[in-house]
Design a protein around this ligand. Structure first.
Ligand code: NAG
Length: 404
């Protein structure tokens, strides 16, 4: 049940660039201002890479088998686990050129969450939007809630912000009352939302709901009920919507336009919507003119999504393996510049840790270190493992300066 699916297939475009390696920012970032979303750069945090065991129904390392095995792995990229606590790692059957087993981490180990938030601090990223899937809310062992609590602790420790982002995947109006589920969940998590690290905007705690109009099992009528109830309960509501949200609103084919209009902020989901070749046209037309004018007219704030390129062939054998979509960092660099230029309320980096679709910006293995007994995608050998974090941090500083 991958949520942040590519919404269209990407062409394979091989491009070379003369991207240089940027040095990490010299000064230690201050604790972020959690009273406003203005000028921030947040990452989406899946946090769903748990070691498979009997108590743990949703490890995203695997596809159809209880353990990662050759031919049955759900990721295209492999994290570089340098610096991860040893007790949080486990060996896989994927053998690196040096003869050693590649290791995966388990996300329900507190040291992993701590390290991830430390990385956000070290690179000047404001914090994380934690993905909360419908199925996690009533998970029997509360495994994901443990990760949410570790995130709260780590965000407080490193002076980062965090937000709960509900992902509508797994919800269906026909079989569940989504509004009631969310209101009950938020009430149960009130101590988490009371954290000084929990993001607020206009004095209200922030909630994002991803997939409105994308997850069609949640109807437009139900969408109106959900957003109305959350706003009435005092939340600032961001909706993650289709990139063509404005056309949907104008043409009014499905009724979701009425839901979009209720949002405090819209975040059009652009992963898979363009590639390195046609991004600039998308930015100059869709984002800078159509979306911007429409949002201004509606009085709705905006968040712009950026992603480094991706590939999801192992999790989805029907998809193409896409070794060139990152274009040596050029694709991400262009989008970061384009996003800063739009001056949205905040930039959303998709994603911090998404290995299933190969959009992770945290360190992943270099191409030369990839296991040889299954096909994976690496970061280019001549780029530093933390290049994408460094680029994200650079854009974060620029957007913050634009809002200062
Ligand atoms: C769903 O739950 C909400 C909140 O408790 C309630 O107001 C609403 O009437 C319920 N909807 C249905 C269709 O039962």
């Amino acid at each position: 049940m991958f949520t942040k699916l590519f919404l269209s297939s990407l062409g394979v475009v091989a491009l070379q660039s003369s991207l240089g390696l940027a040095a990490p920012s010299a000064q230690k970032p201050q604790a972020v201002d959690t009273s406003t979303l203005n000028g921030h750069f947040f990452v989406g945090y899946q946090a769903w890479f748990r070691k498979p065991h009997e108590d743990n129904g949703n490890s995203h390392w695997t596809t159809d088998l209880p353990t990662p095995e050759v031919g049955h792995v759900g990721v295209d990229t492999i994290p570089d686990v340098t610096g991860y606590p040893k007790e949080c790692l486990f060996d896989t059957p994927f053998i690196k050129p040096n003869g050693k087993a590649a290791q995966f981490y388990t996300n329900d180990c507190e040291g992993v969450v701590d390290l991830h938030f430390k990385m956000m601090r070290d690179y000047g990223i404001s914090g994380a939007f934690l993905q909360r899937f419908y199925g996690y809310i009533n998970e029997a062992n509360g495994g994901w809630e443990k990760i949410l609590r570790y995130s709260k602790t780590a965000a407080e420790k490193y002076g980062r912000g965090f937000v709960i982002e509900y992902d509508l995947n797994g919800a269906a109006t026909s079989s569940t009352n989504v509004t009631a589920t969310y209101l009950a969940d938020l009430a149960a998590l009130s101590d988490i939302i009371a954290s000084k690290a929990y993001m607020r905007h206009n004095g209200k705690p922030v909630i994002e709901i991803w997939g409105m109009g994308i997850v069609s099992s949640v109807t437009a009528a139900d969408g109106i009920a959900i957003v109305t109830a959350l706003k009435r309960a005092g939340y600032y509501v961001i909706l993650g919507v289709q990139q063509a949200w404005h056309a949907e609103l104008v043409e009014d084919r499905t009724g979701y336009g009425a839901v979009f209009k209720l949002a405090d902020m819209l975040q059009p989901w652009t992963v898979g919507s363009y590639n390195n070749d046609n991004y600039q046209g998308f930015h100059d037309g869709r984002q800078a003119v159509e979306d911007k004018n429409a949002l201004r007219e509606l009085g709705i704030a905006s968040s712009v999504v950026v992603w480094p390129g991706g590939s999801n062939a192992n999790s989805n054998p029907g998809s193409s393996f896409d070794p060139n979509s990152r274009a040596h960092g050029d694709f991400y660099r262009k989008q970061l510049a384009g996003a800063v230029d739009l001056k949205p309320t905040f930039i959303f980096g998709a994603m911090f840790d998404e290995n299933n679709e190969g959009t992770a910006i945290y360190p992943i293995l270099h191409t030369k270190d990839l296991p040889t007994n299954q096909r994976f995608l690496g970061i280019d050998d001549d780029m530093a493992a933390d290049s994408y974090l460094t680029m994200a941090g650079g854009a974060a500083a620029k957007l913050a300066a634009a809002w200062a």
